[in-house]
Design a protein around this ligand. Structure first.
Ligand code: HGY
Ligand code: MN
Ligand code: MN
Ligand code: MN
Length: 412
């Protein structure tokens, strides 16, 4: 193909389509941390890295990492990457786009025989969505030295502990602390990711540079009422856990609408025992609260907790909440933002600066090195949905911006 065809974009889209075959649920894309589909995808990425000439391995926490040395061995690494785990019934670009663009950039640098003044690493983190276990960016936080060993005792819906799942996956729970990277070992981190919002489409721009990532608090909540006969207990004598949670979910919505820039979501809910003729005795549900401003996030979270407790008391049910994620908002590195911007401008784009309401592994990586993100336009801003899509041309634009940024940082 001539250079005017989007050669790099075509390679990226083909690889993403290939990785999308690996799912734990036939008919839709679900690839949770340490699942068989995660393992198959990790092995596919490992093979691609090795075929591209990177020295590659799957680390103790399940991340796939490949490396090309710079002018001499052991130099600090510029890390390109994202995650390969997904939500349930996911789109195929959230995560893999950043891994595959990083890999294609590495392939291009090897093909051109370039030697960089830093090492180049490509990483596929494995637990960014944190859907299966109550963790927080665990595989990238392992690199950041922020792994919490108690996460290993957390259990998924089937009762499997993270420790058991990681061992079955071929990981090494006790080897996780040794994954922590020294700040001196990281020259920087660049993550390409779909925008998961409408701004780039509205601005008719293929890419944007991310200025900051919103703070995020997540909790597992449980309301305990009394299971009883749906046909015999008068309405006024019930302690219906689901009716209480319904009122709490509406309070979550109402309270977050009252604070500008914040969002709050009850995304998952399990009714126990979950039978048509039994008044719900217990409901487990998730709470996800985000804001760019710390005080707003903590204030909203506290207001929601107070509202839930008041509703529980009035209804005579129990309310318990366990916070397992509390990530502060992160401002991304200005120097790397400028490098992404220069590269995009050289290619004729006028990239927006825009904040990220979604969280990313860049939150963890920012703790050990300058980190930045490039957003890519996605159709209708849709994500966490199989309708998630990008164009080949935008995949090409993003890959060329990333390549240009790496060369810019290398002084080439
Ligand atoms: O939830 C998020 O923001 C990300 O998709 N894990
Ligand atoms: Mn993501
Ligand atoms: Mn996601
Ligand atoms: Mn709001």
């Amino acid at each position: 193909m001539t250079e005017t065809t989007p050669r790099l974009g075509a390679r990226v889209m083909a690889l993403i389509d290939d990785l999308a075959r690996h799912t734990d649920e036939p008919g839709r894309l679900t690839r949770l941390y340490l699942s068989p589909a995660h393992r198959a995808t990790a092995e596919a990425v490992l093979g691609l890295m090795r075929d591209a000439g990177l020295s590659a391995r799957i680390d103790a926490a399940g991340s796939v990492v490949g490396r090309i040395e710079g002018r001499e061995p052991g130099l600090p690494a510029l890390v390109l990457g994202s995650h390969i785990d997904s939500v349930v019934d996911a789109g195929r670009y959230d995560g893999p786009l950043g891994v595959v663009t990083g890999l294609v950039v590495a392939e291009e640098i090897r093909a051109r025989g370039l030697v960089l003044p830093f090492a180049l690493e490509v990483v596929a983190f494995g637990d960014e969505e944190n859907v299966r276990f109550p963790t927080s960016l665990s595989t990238s936080k392992a690199w950041a030295g922020q792994y919490r060993m108690e996460w290993l005792e957390g259990r998924d819906a089937a009762g499997t502990s993270l420790r058991e799942a990681l061992t079955q996956f071929g990981g090494d729970p006790d080897g996780i602390p040794a994954l922590a990277r020294a700040r001196e070992a990281i020259a920087g981190y660049l993550e390409v990711h779909i925008e998961q919002g409408p701004a780039l489409e509205a601005a008719v721009q293929p890419v944007g540079v991310v200025s900051a990532i919103a703070g995020l608090t997540r909790a597992r909540c449980t309301v305990t009422g009394e299971a009883n006969h749906a046909g015999t207990v008068p309405m006024g004598m019930r302690r219906d856990a689901l009716a209480a949670v319904a009122e709490m979910a509406l309070a979550v919505e109402r309270l977050s609408e009252g604070v500008a820039g914040t969002v709050a979501t009850v995304g998952s809910l399990t009714v126990v025992p979950g039978a048509v003729n039994v008044i719900p005795g217990q409901v487990d549900f998730s709470l996800d609260v985000r804001a760019p401003v710390e005080a707003d996030r903590h204030g909203l979270f506290a207001a929601i907790q107070a509202a839930c407790r008041a509703i529980a008391q009035r209804r005579g049910v129990g309310f318990a909440s366990e916070t397992y994620m509390d990530n502060a908002a992160v401002a991304l590195d200005l120097g790397l933002q400028a490098a992404l911007d220069r590269s995009a401008q050289r290619l004729g784009f006028a990239p927006l600066r825009l904040p990220s309401g979604a969280t990313h592994d860049a939150v963890a990586m920012a703790a050990i090195g300058p980190s930045a993100m490039l957003f890519v336009r996605c159709r209708g801003g849709i994500s966490h949905n199989p309708a998630e899509s990008i164009t080949l041309e935008d995949a090409d634009a993003a890959t060329r911006v990333l390549l240009g940024t790496v060369l810019d940082l290398a002084g080439l």
